[in-house]
Ligand binder design. Sequence first.
Ligand SMILES: [Zn+2]
Length: 91
Amino acid sequence: MFAKLLLFLLVFFFIFVIGIGTLARAVRRALFGSPSSANRDNPPGRSSRGRFGNEEKAEHMLPCSVCGVHVPESDGIKSGGKFFCCEAHRK
Ligand SMILES: [Zn+2]
């Protein structure tokens, strides 16, 4: 009898805790909106970073001294004050 009561209380407690947990999350989202606002902040941040990355690459594009192809500074090779698109053109 007591065992059944304990089991019932345990199950009831679990349901209660889960219910409170989901309710608390819902209330937090409704009041503070911290998870949703964080999600809202991240995508523009990522996209702006991507735009900045492209701008940085565009800014640092340099023409190869041999073939004249514009290559990102980080992808090319600087040697003797000249810029080259690849190792083959440096030689
Ligand atoms: Zn080249």
